[in-house]
Write a protein that binds this ligand. Structure first.
Ligand code: SAH
Length: 478
């Protein structure tokens, strides 16, 4: 290691910045964003630095020769696009023992700028010894994705309680245990989830911090996580992070193997979902097992296809967790209807043509009876049907009874966002036949004029565009 990362106190004094053009302005933005007080020598005379009024208040435009300017109290010298002046300035700064950076010139620099991940009080510096800023940027992107957005708030939250907790817990190892339990438990989760006042109240409610720190069981929790429709890249950053932290994952059958691959190797996995033909362990047993695992101190993930709150029984699970007093959180996922719309390029709303969307389920004929079809008469409403393959005839009958035209465009979209996705497009009249063409679920139906706008049918052998298919069908019907 040639360069040791250290953190410079920007409150200690001004930074002198010397340079010209866009390079100068880029460095100026970095330093201003960090909150530095700046003394800027624009050696090309262009003083249009594009500063906000707040940054401008901390920035002094220096006149005169930087090589003879007063440097007392200055904490660092930075040159960007300064040419020979930068080199001369480096010699001068080094002679005075001042840290100096000359952009893209290791020889004349005594420090270099890392790539940074900035989360308030939490800052990560990434260096490659000046060899490759592009590599540093790639590393930064990975860390950006890994670090919760509110990690800086968590540090600040703890900072606010540190003094009082230190006074109440004398021994250092116990104090560390105390903070580990706070950070890893429901209080930390509340801060990271943006529920600061809840976290505040919970920490203040700890009557005996020593006893809290000594408890041998970690505090368990359950996260209901939406896995999306299949493509692992459609997991949210938060879902991925939660999966990586889990001790045990209870997952639906519907969750794709590629997503299960993203779970840490040493995490227990339990398949609990129902699937057509297989009963699964039942909702009460699922709730019970999640609650027991959390009460035993485990970080539990309940991983569900699509979104947990769209035809996913997430509501029932949350009620059970609330009743059991278990800490929980909910992480939304991309529901199959939205995944299918994106995959097959069906805009669910369209100016003038489609102004509202209904998501409904019609699993069995009895569900179809429960649907009030008369609410679906609006031709400007796009209808997305979940679990609709077996109930296709009932869906047709219901929509016809509601007065929807048999010529209404409809798409059957199976295994959306997965490599083996398949679609079939036609009109409501042919729906039962369209469903036959699909070689297996899960599938959604999208019904409404917007289906005309679908892109080419990936995975299907048809050579016509959706628009042609539908207009040919309509011509034939006339
Ligand atoms: N919570 C899930 C829905 C669960 S109900 C979500 O938000 O997506 C199960 C139904 O979802 C299936 O019968 C099917 O209609 C739909 N579905 C789930 N994954 C799908 C996929 N990859 N492609 C098409 N439909 C899917």
């Amino acid at each position: 290691m040639r360069f040791l990362p250290v953190f410079l106190d920007l409150k200690a004094g001004p930074v002198v910045l010397i340079g010209a053009g866009e390079l100068l302005r880029a460095k100026l933005r970095v330093l201003s964003a960090a909150g530095a007080r700046l003394r800027v020598h624009a050696i090309d005379g262009n003083l249009d630095l594009g500063l906000s009024s707040e940054d401008a208040a901390r920035t002094e435009i220096a006149t005169g020769d930087p090589l003879t300017a007063e440097l007392a109290g200055v904490i660092a010298v930075v040159c960007a696009g300064a040419g020979d002046v930068g080199v001369a300035m480096s010699v001068r700064a080094k002679a005075l023992g001042l840290p100096v950076n000359v952009m893209d010139d290791l020889e004349h620099s005594s420090f270099i700028f890392p790539a940074i991940v900035d989360r308030g009080d939490v800052v990560v510096a990434i260096g490659t010894g000046g060899t490759s800023p592009v590599v540093a940027r790639r590393v930064r992107e990975k860390i950006e994705a890994l670090l919760p957005a509110r990690i800086g708030e968590l540090a600040e939250f703890i900072g606010g309680f540190r003094k009082s907790v230190n006074e109440r817990i004398a021994e250092f190892p116990l104090r560390r245990r105390f903070w580990e339990r706070v950070i890893d438990g429901s209080i930390g989760a509340a801060v990271l989830g943006g529920r600061r006042s809840e976290a505040d109240a919970a920490l203040k409610a700890i009557a005996d911090p020593t006893e809290f720190a000594r408890a041998d069981k970690p505090e368990g929790s359950v996260a209901l996580v939406g896995a999306g429709p299949g493509d692992p890249d459609l997991l949210t950053i938060k879902a991925l992070r939660t999966l990586q932290d889990a001790d045990i994952v209870f997952h639906d059958e519907l969750v794709s193997p590629e997503i299960l691959d993203r779970i840490r190797r040493d995490t227990a996995r339990v398949a609990v979902g129902r699937r057509v033909g297989k009963p699964g362990i039942g909702q009460d047993a699922i709730n019970q097992r999640m609650i027991e695992a959390a009460q035993a101190g485990q970080r539990v993930v309940r991983l569900k296809g699509g979104d947990p709150f769209v035809f996913g029984r997430g509501g029932e699970e949350v009620e059970a967790l609330r009743a059991a007093g278990v800490a929980y959180s909910i992480i939304p996922g991309i529901t199959a209807g939205l995944g299918g719309a994106a995959h097959f390029e069906v805009p669910l709303t369209y100016r003038q043509e489609a102004t509202r969307i209904t998501f409904l389920t019609a699993h069995k004929a009895s569900d179809a009876e429960a649907v009030d079809w008369s609410t679906l008469t609006d031709t400007k409403m796009t209808v997305v049907v979940y679990m609709g393959m077996t109930a296709a005839p009932a869906v047709c009958a219901g929509l016809f009874a509601a007065g929807r035209s048999p010529e209404t465009p409809v798409g059957v979209f199976a295994r959306v966002t997965r490599p083996d996705a398949q679609g079939a497009i036609g009109t409501l009249r042919d729906l039962p036949e369209l469903v036959q063409r699909i070689s297996g679920g899960p599938a959604i139906l999208i019904i409404g004029d917007v289906v005309r706008h679908a892109g080419s049918l990936r995975g299907d052998t048809l050579e016509k565009t959706p628009k042609q298919i539908i207009s040919d069908l309509l011509d034939a019907a006339e």
